[in-house]
Design a protein around this ligand. Structure first.
Ligand code: NAD
Length: 501
């Protein structure tokens, strides 16, 4: 791919900027808009319509009307639409890659290698799942047949953050639709563009109106209404732990089913018998990919004291060599953070580390380059800090790794488990017994052994503790988006239950 120029690419291109309700792209009822910025230089890409509570009500009503027909549609036909969507995504790959790059700051080389194919794969996986997800027959009393069918829940509300909008909307919409739910999805106000383009593609491939509705808008208005709406029967949320708590409170009115994918503070443990070259590359991937804006990021690196010096030397050399630049440049390895506000937050944590006596091994500041001065860049940062320091306890959500040393396995395990979160985790060792022991004992939803941050639509994704509950992906996601109904048939019971008279 050649180096696309954002201004030229945008000139004369009609981006979709409206709300998608009941199969139509419409302005918000109040006519309010939100500016969408390119974090590379903070230039304005476009203004999008902002959904308010009344718009969400219309979207929920449309999804409610569409539910009976969609939920009773031949599951194979539902799945076929998801398969067609996956094809359409691949057919429009370059456009979606550029859109994601200018909206979020993802380097195109990552978007092409990961976001785009993972998105298509996810829709395809759940497209295939639609007519294969089965109920079951518990072996019950003689003379009774008991069958359990999995029913869709109804109208589902989905709220996604700004870090992987293209991919995360597929993780949410794929299983919800395959299971027969209709939905209203709220992308982040910062990064709504790929979701709106996907809505256009859904319309093109023939999704019936009202099945999917997209309401970009602010969390306090559109998000909050979705979370407390009485006709929304389930809310699936990905975002910060603080907002997750609000979602739980807001959902209490009608006792919605809640699924929460929240923050993380992933431990990444390097043992003395690790392949250091692999651990260095894998650890850099774990924390620096997508500028560290990943809930599963390996943000706390625990290194055995025997290999500490060798690891730090190679790891910091790699961090310093990462090419920061325009996400649209195919050579760029790290783009800007997604917003100015978030850049400030990450830089704030560098100050916190300094104040707490941490040693900034590299980074902790914006790059010196004039070319990058107007963007939301932060240099890859490595900080030596104590386990109890705030930078080792709070989610920074940036290209910001902490490093600590340990002597014994128990010490590493205690440090790994010494935070409120429990999402991603990794360990690097050649000792098979230790690897499995840690996999058993680590408090996390996912453990990567001699790798990090591998995901697949077939494998459950989610966390424990303050990282939330519920799982995306695989059969687990289908369970999340359905409810079991148990049906009892008396076909031969000699004495069915009855009152003696
Ligand atoms: P955020 O919680 O600020 O926002 C997430 C979404 O919630 C946005 O769409 C936002 O508009 C909406 N929102 C905000 N306030 C709301 C409210 N009161 N009611 C309803 N919706 C509201 O999070 P963020 O800053 O966009 O994303 C970063 C966070 O997401 C990090 O903590 C990260 O770890 C987490 N995250 C978790 C996962 C996971 O799978 N566990 C994945 C990615 C990101």
């Amino acid at each position: 791919m050649t180096f696309v120029n954002a201004k030229e690419w945008l000139s004369g291109r009609a981006l979709q900027t409206k709300l998608f309700i009941n199969g139509e792209f419409v302005d918000g009822l109040k006519g309010e808009t939100i500016p969408v910025l390119n974090p590379y230089d903070n230039s304005r890409i476009c203004d999008i319509a902002a959904a308010d509570a009344d718009d969400v009500d219309l979207a929920v009503a449309a999804a409610k009307d569409a539910f009976p027909a969609w939920s009773r549609m031949d599951p194979s036909d539902r799945g076929h639409l998801l398969l067609k969507l996956a094809d359409a995504i691949e057919a429009n790959a370059e456009e979606l890659i550029v859109l994601e790059a200018i909206d979020t700051g993802h380097p195109v080389r990552d978007a092409r290698k990961l976001d785009l194919p993972r998105t298509a794969r996810c829709y395809r996986y759940f497209g295939g799942m639609s007519d294969k997800y089965e109920g079951f027959l518990p072996p019950v009393y003689p003379g009774f047949l008991n069958y359990v069918q999995r029913e869709p829940i109804g109208v589902v509300g989905q709220i996604v953050p700004w870090n992987f909008p293209l991919m995360f909307t597929s993780w949410k919409m794929g299983p919800a639709l395959a299971a027969g739910n209709t939905l209203v999805i709220k992308p982040s106000e910062l990064t709504p563009l790929s979701t709106l383009r996907i809505a256009e593609l859904m319309r093109e491939v023939g999704f019936p109106k009202g099945v999917v509705n997209v309401v970009p808008g602010y969390g306090q208005t559109a998000g909050a209404r979705l979370a407390n709406h009485p006709d929304v029967k389930k809310i699936a949320f990905t975002g910060s732990t603080a907002t997750g708590r609000r979602i739980v409170e807001a959902s209490a009115g009608n006792l919605k089913k809640v699924q929460l994918e929240l923050g993380g503070k992933g431990p990444n443990i390097i043992f003395e018998d690790a392949n250091i070259a692999a651990a260095v590359g894998g650890s850099a991937w774990a924390i620096f990919h997508n500028q560290g804006q990943a809930c599963i990021a390996g943000s706390r690196i625990l290194v055995h004291e025997k290999v500490m010096d060798a690891f730090v030397e190679k790891f910091s050399a790699l961090a310093k060599s990462i090419r920061l630049g325009n996400p649209l440049d195919p050579q760029t390895e790290m783009g800007p953070l997604t917003s100015k506000q978030h850049q400030e937050r990450v830089l704030y944590y560098a100050d916190v580390a300094r104040q707490e006596g941490g040693e900034i091994i590299t980074g902790g500041k914006t790059p010196a380059s004039d070319e990058l001065a107007s963007g939301c860049f932060v240099e890859p940062t490595i900080v030596r800090a104590k386990a109890s320091d705030r930078v080792n306890q709070e989610e920074v959500f940036g290209p910001f790794a902490t490093i600590m040393s340990f002597k014994a396995d128990e010490e590493a395990l205690a440090a790994a488990n010494g935070v409120a979160y429990g999402l991603g985790s990794g360990l690097w060792t050649s000792n098979l017994q230790r690897a499995h022991r840690f996999a058993r004992d680590i408090k996390a939803g996912m453990v990567w052994i001699n790798s990090y941050k591998v995901v697949h639509p077939g494998s459950p994704f989610g966390g424990v503790g303050e990282s939330g509950y519920g799982r995306e992906m695989g059969f687990e996601a289908m369970h999340e988006y359905t409810q079991p109904k148990s049906v009892w048939v008396n076909f031969d019971a000699v004495v069915p239950p009855h009152y003696e008279r």
